[in-house]
Every structure is written in structure tokens, then in C-alpha cells.
Design a protein around this ligand. Structure first.
Ligand code: SAM
Length: 216
């Protein structure tokens, strides 16, 4: 059994509720306009290469589609869809903090959705069968104890013929190898001075790449 599967969902929720994505790294106060704008810039620059690469996320999704964003965090993808003319966007996250941040961001940027933003566990989505045309879920299901159950839930809430776009972190060769993992861990510990999301504890305590990915 993998280490991640031994972690109770309440631990995952407590971790992300205390350390919402980008809450420690951002220069401004979380939940403010400059903070959301900085997060958008950082995400685009660090993770998404450039604007053209984003087109894969909306590929084949009709403008009138009912879209569900699972594990919405601070709401980047909810705003992303709404700004591109999709109006029927639902979102959920395990943590109340993420729900609050996402709702706040829609108010700040003057965005409206026909859907709701609510708490919800990807392993037990709070929606009826066959509700959505498209599920979006970026950088979430490797953090939760039962990743496979999340995928089953995506298919349960999708209408027949619906689509899903999800991403997980890539565990490369260096992190897979126990000795190299410890070397990288030591090197990062001496280099990474950023606060936020428990990075210090992660670098100190993670026993292997699986552990580290869950906390990252
Ligand atoms: C790395 S952040 C990604 C946020 C957002 N998807 C993005 O790409 O900006 C991971 C998010 O997943 C949420 N999360 C973790 N496990 C979850 C689960 N089982 N169900 C719903 N959300 C979960 C966390 O609360 C956190 O907000």
C-alpha cells in the first residue's frame, strides 16, 4: 500500500485549509485582488508555458456546457472558464478556505456563474449522476488518499459522452530513486526559504517522493 493511502482525508483537508495554494508564497494578503493577480501570473509562467498551451483545457468543450472544476483552490480555473465565455461553471474543494477564496475572487473580478461553489470531496462528489458535460481537475487527485476513486467519481457525475481534463504531478526518475531523493531533499532544504504550505516540514519530514507530492 502506498503511503498516501494511509493518510486520512481529514488530514489532507486540515493541511490545505491551513495552507491554501499560494497563501504563503504570494506577496500580498491572500484573498485580495493583487494576490489573485500575482497567483495568475505565477501559475501561467511556472506551470503553463504560455497562453496557447491553455487551449487544451477548453478543447472540445461547448460554450453552453455544464462544467465542474474539482479542487478549485483559489479559483484560477473557475475564472479561466468564465472569462472565456463559459457561464455554467460549478466548483468544489475539500476546504472552506478555497471555497471562500474562489467566491471572493469572482466578486473582486466581477464574474458571475450559473453554477455553485461549494465544499466537496473529489472522492465523494456532492452531485447527482450524469450532471456535467465536462470535468476539469488540475493538480488535485494526487493529494488525496484514493486517486482512483476520484476518477470513478468524475465518470459518475459526467453525462454520457462528457469529457474530462485532469492533471497530476510528474514523478521523475531522480525523485523515484531513494538515494537520489534524499540528495535532492537535502539540496532543496538548504535552498528553499519560502514560507507557505508547510514547505519546511515537507522538506524535513517527507520520506519519499509520494509523501512529498502529497504535501507540495
Ligand atoms: C495544488 S491545489 C490546486 C488548486 C487548483 N486546482 C489549481 O490548479 O490552481 C490542490 C487543491 O486540491 C484540494 N483538494 C485536495 N484533495 C481534495 C479532495 N479529495 N477533494 C477536493 N479537493 C481536494 C486542496 O484543498 C487544494 O485546494
Amino acid at each position: 500500500m502506498r503511503e498516501r493511502e494511509n493518510v486520512p482525508i481529514t488530514t489532507v483537508r486540515d493541511f490545505w485549509d491551513s495552507n491554501p495554494l499560494f497563501a504563503g508564497e504570494g506577496a500580498g494578503e491572500p484573498g485580495t485582488r493583487p494576490w489573485f493577480e500575482q497567483h495568475e501570473r505565477v501559475l501561467a509562467a511556472d506551470c503553463l508555458a504560455d497562453e496557447r498551451a491553455l487551449s487544451f483545457v477548453t478543447q472540445d468543450v461547448r460554450k453552453d456546457a455544464c462544467i465542474l472544476d474539482v479542487g478549485c483552490g483559489p479559483g484560477f480555473w473557475v475564472r479561466f472558464f468564465l472569462r472565456r465565455g463559459f457561464q455554467r461553471v460549478w466548483a468544489c474543494d475539500l476546504t472552506p478556505q478555497a471555497v471562500r477564496l474562489t467566491r471572493t475572487s469572482l466578486d473582486i473580478f466581477g464574474l458571475r456563474t450559473e453554477g455553485t461553489i461549494q465544499e466537496g470531496n473529489a472522492e465523494q462528489l456532492p452531485y447527482e449522476d450524469a450532471t456535467f458535460d465536462h470535468v476539469n481537475c488540475q493538480g488535485v487527485i494526487h493529494h488525496t488518499p484514493d486517486t482512483e476513486q476520484c476518477v470513478r467519481e468524475f465518470f459518475r457525475v459526467l453525462k454520457p459522452g462528457g469529457t474530462v481534463c485532469f492533471s497530476v504531478y510528474y514523478k521523475n526518475f531522480i525523485l523515484r530513486h531513494p538515494a537520489l531523493f534524499r540528495t535532492v531533499q537535502r539540496a532543496l532544504s538548504s535552498l528553499v526559504g519560502l514560507k507557505g504550505r508547510g514547505r519546511e516540514a515537507m522538506l524535513r519530514d517527507a520520506k519519499n517522493a509520494e509523501d512529498m507530492v502529497r504535501l507540495l
